[in-house]
Write a protein that binds this ligand. Structure first.
Ligand code: FAD
Length: 464
């Protein structure tokens, strides 16, 4: 008998799970109360990356003289920025809608879902009325929403989250960013290039990154022109005429600063979206970290799964949500999914990109894993110099005795593409020798990866 599955949420977790299930001949109800593509396509990955490209162009224009190009006068047009973003988002959303509708065994239901019991999902239809579907399994893929801090004054006008900032045509003259995680840093770096004066107030810079990366990223953010304050917490936001003033206190000293700006972006993390699902009613356990799941993403109620941002695994990345979606789809259909979910790249689109996979040096030290480390600076790479992007490095961590790659950390040009060589190696348990015996094209940034790997055996050619 065909299995029937309800998927709640059509973000990169939900819609990918739906397609994989459809390929495996299940019957799927895909329920979504906003747009297909979820946060990622509509309010996350894609909108920010359209802005990132504009930021890169602005950065190039500012230093065009270096490349022998004289440019007289240029400025950012926020209206065009918005229009371009909307066009790209629309192209992708429409594409995914078409893709979904090409599977006759996926029924898309626009509405808000609530789990009635382990085999019944009730949908409050956007068009009005209610509908109930009877299913064998349920996949919760409802994602997350911006989380506000408890800082006094966060409810003031012009104190915004990423959702609102991405809808604004205005490029704020001064933007105060509260938060040094991925989202805070991306917006800080992008808006500084788009024309804002950005003030960044962060308790830490990329807390999960290798320490050497966060330490070296901070001066690069300052070099970009951002006013960076670390080890600091926003205490209060106050209206000050037509400005907003953020009072922030250093964590380890009894000192405060006041930052004044036009808008305050709160980028203090994202909370799992579980409201209205009736988790308590059916006995699904959860915490502020998300819905509790086991290694197969099954919740505490048999047959109900939770994938992506909403589960307690705490990895809020689109590609991880999709991978979990495929895994659960295959599992439900009785297959043995062959996906290495332990190895995944994490990328930051600051102007100087940051990417990492695997362990940080600090984690290896804590776990007392014997390791060796090798680093190649982009300053010694011909392609990076031609691009004018010589800041940063590639660092590779490998097992001291077996050369197994344990972690890769990149700061610099195209870090977010370069990371995949390390990801491929790690996901397939390859050792560094596999990379060492692979000829890399010249002149490319990938040569830096090659050289960093050779360095593990003191065999790098271009490291003195
Ligand atoms: P979501 O994408 O959030 O989708 C969940 C969907 O479920 C939503 O459409 C929601 O409307 C729907 N829903 C919720 N409740 C119900 C209900 N009761 N009934 C019906 N539908 C419901 N990740 C990256 O990997 N790379 C990036 O560059 C990146 N950049 C980001 C930038 C920003 C500014 C933000 C905010 C996030 C970014 N992310 C990025 C994170 C990424 O967007 C998320 O990890 C990803 O979208 C999670 O996918 P998901 O399917 O779990 O949830």
């Amino acid at each position: 008998m065909t299995k029937k599955i309800a998927i709640i949420g059509a973000g990169p977790g939900g819609y990918v799970a739906a397609i994989r299930l459809a390929q495996l001949d299940a019957e799927i109800y895909l329920i979504e109360n906003r747009e297909v593509g979820g946060t990622c396509l509509n309010r996350g990955c894609i909108p920010t990356k359209t802005y990132f490209k504009s930021a890169e162009i602005m950065s190039d224009l500012k230093r065009s003289n270096e490349f022998g190009i004289e440019v007289d006068g240029f400025r950012m047009d926020g209206k065009v920025l918005q229009r371009r973003k909307k066009r790209i988002v629309n192209t992708l959303v429409t594409g995914i809608e078409k893709l979904i509708s090409s599977y006759k065994n996926i029924e898309f239901i626009p509405g808000t879902a609530m789990i009635k019991d382990k085999n019944t999902v009730s949908v409050e239809l956007i068009a009005g009325g209610n509908r109930e579907v009877q299913v064998d399994n349920i996949i919760i893929a409802t994602g997350s929403t911006p989380q506000m801090t408890e800082t006094k004054g966060v409810d003031l006008p012009r104190v915004i989250t990423s959702d609102e900032l991405l809808e604004m045509e205005e490029i704020p003259k001064t933007l105060i960013v509260v938060g040094g995680g991925v989202i805070g840093l991306e917006f800080a770096s992008i808006y500084q290039e788009l024309g804002s004066q950005v003030i960044l107030l962060a308790s830490r810079i990329l807390k999960d990154a290798d320490k050497e990366i966060s330490r070296r990223l901070t001066p690069l953010l300052k070099k970009q022109g951002i006013d960076v304050y670390v080890n600091i917490r926003a205490k209060e936001i106050i209206e000050d005429g037509d400005k907003l003033k953020v009072v922030a206190k250093y964590k380890e000293k009894d000192e405060e600063i006041e930052a004044s700006g036009d808008y305050v972006l709160i980028a203090s993390g994202r909370a799992p979206l579980i409201k209205g699902l009736n988790l308590d009613g059916i006995g699904i356990e959860y915490s502020s970290r998300g819905i509790k799941v086991d290694d197969d993403f099954e919740t505490t109620v048999e047959g109900i799964y939770a994938i992506g941002d909403v589960n307690s695994k705490g990895i809020q990345l689109a590609h991880v949500a999709s991978a979990q979606g495929v895994y659960v789809a295959e599992k439900i259909m009785g297959h043995s999914p062959d996906i290495n979910l332990d190895v995944y790249p994490a990328c930051v689109f600051t102007l100087n990109e940051v990417a990492q996979v695997g362990f940080t040096e600090e984690q290896l030290k804590i776990e007392e894993t014997p390791y060796k480390s090798s680093k190649f600076m982009f300053g010694a790479n011909g392609k990076a110099l031609s691009l004018g992007q010589e800041d940063g490095f590639i660092k590779i961590l490998a097992g001291r005795d077996d050369n197994k790659i344990l972690g890769v950390h990149i700061l610099g040009p195209h870090a977010n593409d370069l990371i995949h060589e390390g990801t491929l190696a790690m996901a397939n348990d390859m050792d560094a020798n596999a990379i060492m015996r692979t000829i890399h094209a010249h002149p490319t940034l990938s040569e830096s990866f090659f050289e960093a790997t050779l360095g593990l055996d003191d065999a790098a050619i271009h490291i003195a």
